[in-house]
Design a protein around this ligand. Structure first.
Ligand SMILES: CC(C)(COP(=O)(O)OP(=O)(O)OC[C@H]1O[C@@H](n2cnc3c(N)ncnc32)[C@H](O)[C@@H]1OP(=O)(O)O)[C@@H](O)C(=O)NCCC(=O)NCCS
Length: 429
């Protein structure tokens, strides 16, 4: 197989810059892989403008032999794999540089020939060599990425909230909410998000496109979206500490519904008061949000928590530790203690036995001889899952994913890996 394909890597560029035709073919190939019907050349150009701001790296597999007559030319990649670097909030305000993997596609006629495996293995090894301790992705299917060492580390859900008279929050507003021109979010959204990012374990730094989505300047279909409305929350000193971007779904959708496009709140008050605002929109009976937290303060502030209907809790962020010593030492721990972890890694990047020693919340990680007795044996996927505190090691032990050699070690791990508040990742990539 290796002779049939060449793997090429290049930076995303905007229209008018050298290399644009290759970047354009690559984005079109991704759109094809995801059955995206709306990627006109204009949409591709707009996407590439944002991708170049993100400094994305495009990896493509190209055919080296003559292509079949009449089929797509050799310049169109048969497989794509995109990366960008952002930070991940790993609890207690700490941020860890993370390799984000996105746009993974393999053309149907070239699948199951090892192209994904090759691109993934090479990229993770290169990121590790470059000093990056963590990789992350969101998965279209649950069965693909465990084999590469990724584990589910956070969750989200879609909520439908009944905003009729039944909706009553046990909260006295302390700030104010007002409507704004959506375009103010081009500047404000990144500022407010940055505060949320520093407060929320599991949060990933956002790519350029988000401020355009929130302000309605670049919708998912590549066009400006005039339906997007924006409300800002003003906290102490009249500073904006939250916003919601939303749209009304029209008179044909019953019950009359508002859909949240983006809801970003940097304080507990801002979060509840933006919900109070949404529930107060006249003529609207339901508010939906596809990226709501699973562990949601809204449910506990409502007089009737059953106003929230939610049927689809699902995995969101998948993490993959690339360097155990760096990743574990980067975290802050709420509980001191010592744990010896015997880790298996299907790609061989992190296999080994490690002693995690925590004193006053700070960790020192020492690599031990493989024969040293371990408290827990697990693969890197399970360790990546428990890293953010959102997945319980005791549950993974019950599932056979973690083997406990010292009684109580999984519960001890649960306490040590806990974070200060519920994880939630508002960034899809
Ligand atoms: C998923 C996809 C990228 C796989 O690419 P591929 O080149 O065929 O994968 P490879 O040949 O490298 O296979 C790697 C391994 O993953 C397995 N695998 C690949 N796709 C899988 C799937 N959808 N479900 C379960 N296992 C899968 C293969 O069996 C193989 O296993 P092994 O190496 O342990 O034997 C490709 O099918 C695709 O483009 N799908 C549509 C887009 C998509 O879903 N992308 C994922 C975005 S998150």
């Amino acid at each position: 197989m290796s002779d049939d394909y060449e793997i090429r890597r290049f930076m995303a560029v905007a229209k008018g810059e050298a290399g644009y035709p290759d970047a354009e073919s690559w984005v079109k190939a991704v759109a094809f892989g995801f059955h995206d019907p709306t990627r006109t050349l204009e949409h591709v150009a707009k996407s590439l403008e944002t991708y170049s701001v993100d400094q994305r790296i495009f990896t493509g597999a190209y055919q080296t032999r003559q292509v079949a007559p009449g089929s797509l030319p050799a310049e169109v990649p048969v497989a794509t794999f995109g990366t960008l670097r952002k930070t991940l909030n790993i609890g207690f305000g700490r941020l860890l540089k993370t390799q984000l993997v996105t746009a993974v596609t393999v053309r149907t006629s070239h699948r199951r020939r090892g192209l994904l495996r090759r691109m993934m293995s090479e990229d993770l090894a290169m990121a590790k060599d470059d000093g990056v301790a963590m990789a992350a992705l969101t998965a279209s299917e649950g069965s693909i990425y465990g084999r590469f060492g990724y584990g589910v580390a956070s969750f989200e859900r879609t909520v439908k909230v009944d905003t009729t008279a039944r909706f009553r929050l046990n909260h006295q507003a302390v700030g104010a909410v007002d409507i704004a021109d959506p375009r103010v979010l081009l500047d404000l959204a990144p500022e407010v998000f940055e505060r949320v990012h520093r407060l929320t374990p599991g949060s990933i730094g956002r790519q350029e496109w988000y401020r355009q989505l929130a302000s309605g300047t670049l919708g998912r279909d590549g066009k400006e979206d005039p339906a997007v409305k924006v409300a800002l929350h003003y906290g102490p000193g009249n500073t904006v500490d939250g916003y919601v971007s939303y749209k009304f779904l029209g008179w044909d959708t019953e019950p009359y519904t508002v859909e949240v496009v983006d809801l970003v709140a940097a304080t507990n008050h801002a979060y509840l008061e933006l919900w109070q605002f949404l529930a107060a929109i006249d003529l609207v009976e339901r508010v939906t949000w596809a990226e709501a937290p699973v562990d949601d303060p809204l449910a506990w502030a409502l007089a009737d928590p059953r106003c929230i209907e939610s049927a689809d809790g699902r995995d969101m962020l998948w993490l993959r530790i690339l360097d155990i010593q760096k990743a574990l030492e980067a975290r802050r721990y709420p509980v001191d203690g010592r744990l010896v972890l015997a880790v298996h890694d299907p790609l061989g990047l992190t296999t080994g036995t490690y002693a995690l020693e925590v004193r006053a919340g700070e960790a020192a990680v020492v690599r031990l001889d493989a024969e040293e007795p371990a408290d827990l044996t697990l693969d890197v996927s399970a360790l990546s899952s428990i890293y953010l505190g959102a997945v319980c090691p005791v549950t993974l032990a019950a599932a056979g994913r973690i083997r406990e050699h010292k009684q109580g070690a999984a519960l001890q791990a649960r306490g040590m890996f806990a974070v200060e508040r519920a994880t939630h990742c508002l960034t899809h990539f």
